[in-house]
Structure formats: C-alpha cells, structure tokens
Write a protein of this length. Sequence first.
Length: 153
Amino acid sequence: MLIALGCDHAGFVLKREIIEFLNSLGHKVIDCGCFSSQSCDYPDYAVPVANYVSKGKADRGVLICGTGMGMGIIANKIRGIRAAVCYSDETAKLASEHNKANVLCLGVRTSNADDMKRRIKIWLETQFAGDRHQKRLDKIRYFENKHCKKSIL
C-alpha cells in the first residue's frame, strides 16, 4: 500500500520511526514533511497528504501533530477525505470498520510511538463493515457533491 505521511513540528520527533514502521509492514511512504522540528503550520503538510489520497495517488494518509485535531480539521476540507482523529485502539478500529477513514490523524500529546504504531496497524488491517455504514458514507458523498466545491489545489 502507498501511504502519504505528513506532520508538523510536534510530530516531527516520531516521523522517521513511523515511516520505518510502515516500511517494515511492507508499505511504501510518500514523505510530505515537515522536515525539521522548527515551528510550522500543520495545514502546509495536511493538505498535500489529503490531496494525494483524494486524487488516488496514495491509498491512505497518516497525519501527526500535537493532538491530531488540527490535521484532521484541514484534511476533512478536501473532497473525498474521511480523516479520523484516533486516540485509542478502539477509535482506530472503528475509523476503518464504520467510517472507512482514508486518513488517520494522531497526536504526540495523546499517544506515544508504540501506541501510534499499534493504532496504525489496527486501522490498516481492519476491514470496512459496509452495510448500514455504506449508506452513511453515500450520504456524505452526496452532501460533498451537492454542497462542496471541487478542490482547486
């Protein structure tokens, strides 16, 4: 699987370890930055990851910042993105199983490296349940098509 990964300065400390972990699982990673621990703005890294996924140039995306929330907010502005902020194993599982989340958002202030790796693995390995959940995703897609402009990025 091809995974786009981005972080801000808070997530930078774990980025290399997460990339190595994804590689060890057999995935290829597109590193969308950031590239230092110097203060930066998370939208600058979340948008490229979301665009890779939205345009089908990556299968999934992983975003890491202080809490995952800022990254999730901006990623969900991109058409076709279902970004989920996951702070437990259960939320990582349900993000895939119920929401078919294509971007996982994690926070270094709420998780350590081992937690993140475990949640990423759970998220990647959990199958979408379909059925009543598909009906809900169809409603999201309908709303996006009716009310959201196509991305110009």
